[in-house]
Design a protein around this ligand. Sequence first.
Ligand code: KG4
Ligand code: ZN
Length: 336
Amino acid sequence: MNILAIETSCDETAAAVVCDGREIKSNIISSQIDLHKLYGGVVPEIASRKHIEKINPVITEALETADVTLDEIDAIAVTYGPGLVGALLVGVAAAKAIAFAKGLPLIGVHHIEGHICANFIEYQSLKPPFISLVVSGGHSHLVLVKDIGVYEILGRTRDDAVGEAYDKVARTIGLGYPGGPKMDALAKEGNSEAIIFPKARVADAPLDFSFSGLKSAVLNYVNGCQMKGVVYNPADVAASFQKAVVDVLVEHTMKALESCQMDKLVLAGGVAANTKLRAVMKKACAENGIAFYFPSPIYCTDNAAMIGVAAYYEYLAGNQANLDLNAIPNLKLGQR
Ligand code: KG4
Ligand code: ZN
């Protein structure tokens, strides 16, 4: 079964052709990073306009790369939330138009479900139940994946998402957008013990996260140095911030695995590409007898292949959308 999948929830216009939920025949991503860099972050209106410009060429390229025509496509899948409403709408409108014109089934996919399903691309025998730590620019969730489509959220961020904190701290120390990958690289040159940043814990919710205090602590440190005329080392700031983030993520994930008696962990989302997080989590999993799964970096950040994989399972479960499918910017995981 060939699924043409479309993803436009944030700043990547992406389309992919996925066969039987496993074989990625094409995975085209047109990134808008250079455009948003000028403003230090994603500008929603600019993102929507760029998606409109790119959506048709990206879909055409996905079909050409996969060497299929629309006549060989069996279903159309699209991310319909969560994300930027104007950005989501472009993908949803394109998907509905193709589904209508070709009389094909339409499948609406939750963006986070897509991130989790990215792991099935490279681990063909991976099966739920497992715990997933989903860390991206918009989300930080610890999820018990009982089955595909059946989720229990065990912990979530109370304020900023991890990727958001990475991007903001990067901006504070002059790294520019998108900050995550730049922080990851710079942190390798710094001393993670140089500055002790706070590791916030949420009272009565041991699996929840909070990153806004950490972000402010970095801001205060940098401002304090500037006011005193002290030259700070950006690499030390990046490494110390990253340590505070990774320690909390790993600690909470291990707690979640223990409390659910699970021995499988699946990492997902843009921040899953972070080399330190992968290394520290890998070590913790090895020490605790946990099987650890994480996607290649290209499947960590936003892409349409992961949407095609998730859509395959939604289709098998009989979950098809109608032509009144709408973009839902705050769509909850597991909600239809
Ligand atoms: O999943 P994603 O592409 O988009 C959302 O669904 O939000 O995640 C993007 C986020 C950005 O905040 C970016 O800075 C972060 O993932 N990111 C990273 C790394 N690569 C991407 N953060 C830390 N280290 C990385 N290597
Ligand atoms: Zn994402």
